[in-house]
Ligand binder design. Sequence first.
Ligand code: AMP
Length: 191
Amino acid sequence: MKIIVLFGKPGAGKGTQAALLKENFELVHISTGDVFRYHIANNTELGTLAKSYMDKGELVPDTVTIDMLASEVDRSIDSAKGYIFDGFPRTTAQAEALDELLADKGLSVNATIALEADEDELTARLLKRGKSSGRSDDTDEEKIRTRFAEYNAKTAPLIAYYKDQDKFHSVNGIGEIASINERLSSIISRL
Ligand code: AMP
């Protein structure tokens, strides 16, 4: 089973690329951001809690996020040929929880691939996306800055976490969607 973590700052293209890789490699795609937005749309208790953080551009607390991710894995594991995690893990506690959760099933992360792009480019992309996505965390520059700050403080340390395990790869996230997809696919094909 191939288990891939797609990594990158807000706006790096994780969602777009994960959706393509899901098809290319028959992976189950789990985006924690999408699952939170689903809960918000359905007015669940979890959705209300998540919204209070997402609206500010802050990360949702680890315990809530980890429990949600674990239940998403549990309900798909029997038929899954592999996974692509998009937007999870975002903290060291989440990465450790993912390792434990997978180890319990005799599995482990095969590779973490970062989509690299600089913050100016990403801010421009997010503001553009905000016009059609309607996401409040994409339309407000202050919230975008908070999301980058959260990434730099809490998520960037995961680069060392996965490098220590020899599982870290990075690709240039600037260019045509199809070319970026080729860069990612060539890494995944070699796993
Ligand atoms: P995304 O769709 O990945 O850009 O995520 C949108 C928002 O959902 C983030 O800014 C966080 O508030 C929340 N979120 C998504 N994934 C996580 C995660 N792994 N840990 C904590 N918060 C998350």
